[in-house]
Design a protein around this ligand. Sequence first.
Ligand SMILES: [Zn+2]
Length: 459
Amino acid sequence: MSALIERKNSDRQSIAIETTDASHFAAIKRRLTAVQRQWLSSFGFEAAPGTFALIPDEGGKLVRVLVGVDATDPLGALGAMPRALPEATYHLADEGVLKDRLQAALGWALGAYEFTRYRKARRAPAKLAIPAADLKVLAPLVEATAQVRDMVNTPTEDMGPKHLADAVKQLGKAHKGKVREWVGDELLEANFPTIHAVGRASHRAPRLIELTWGKASDPKIAVVGKGVCFDTGGLDLKPADGMRWMKKDMGGAAHAIALAGLIMQAKLPVRLQLLIPAVENAVSGAALRPGEVITTRAGITVEIDNTDAEGRLVLCDALAYATEQKPELIIDFATLTGAARIALGADLPALFANNDDAAERVLAAGRTVNDPLWRLPLWRPYRKMLESYLADIANSGASRHAGAITAALYLERFVPENTPWLHLDTYAWNDADRPGRPRGGEALGLRAFFAFLQKKYAG
Ligand SMILES: [Zn+2]
């Protein structure tokens, strides 16, 4: 059920929403009737951000809504309204302090989201009627965001490696893409040893899922997503509070799948390769042990310092495989490190890039679409922290410092220096409800990357 609909001039039932703030409120009051002014003052409405007032006409019928907003936050401005306003259809009045109507409408739609797989919706959201052209831009973004949220919110039993494969297959079917996968021992036969090693302890087989789409003659881009459907930490077991939300460790895969959907729906002129290494990092007699050495697909040997640094392991074989197709751009999404959250908090995904131009462009795209990212450095001297005494590299080290950077430096080893590569270490989660950002699974960085790719390839 969409909270956005097309605005028709014939719709006379639609109720106007006027956005305002403390400094514009006096002028609005002068336009109102004495009864309406009395009504507003009866509950002390002063147009503070996040507050709203229903304005009746003389007959008591709802004719207008005043919403107090912070005009510098267009995305959050109307995010609470779909669940706060009475069920009806609304539109943005021509007056109002909020100038970015597109972002405001997006925030409305994102705030209307509710995860209803396991219980009924609390109520139907209020609907916002917007111009057809805006709806055309927003509908795919809203759908893609809901897809990420739904996938991340779904518990592991219903969102295992096979479910990720099903999601990719569905996408392939919808857009006539070609889907391949390697499951269980096929990963060993096809030389994806790290994906197999991380996933082999689970009763649900690890797999690598690949979707290819587009003309072979178009520029090749690879999109990779970390699909760790549950992360116990492996034998280096996480404590209970660190494990509680680890169903979300496939958030990178959800972002990659949703981005692939947006690319294909927009028919961007690219040759797309989507890669999802999908595993459960479980504990059993077959579990990967600390101290083991794995020869990765790229031929680089890696010593397992910690079985909880598994995301980079499943990604490194996928990145090596992507590289073999000689793409002109490689993007990966991963809920990779807690260190990225310590550095930047929940709302700012950490961007790493081996190419300044590509990094600047994706950061700029993020600012344009209110989907901010923050760049952290691939600080080469920290490679020392991943030194192994017997293998080419270790998957983690003794130092607790710069964990997001060392994780990115690990991945960088598997990408050619002259291929632009963008790595996003994202949280994929909202810890608490905020307007437009419901608690639970979240797309963070998805719109930024799509805007970047649209600008780069669609002009
Ligand atoms: Zn882990």
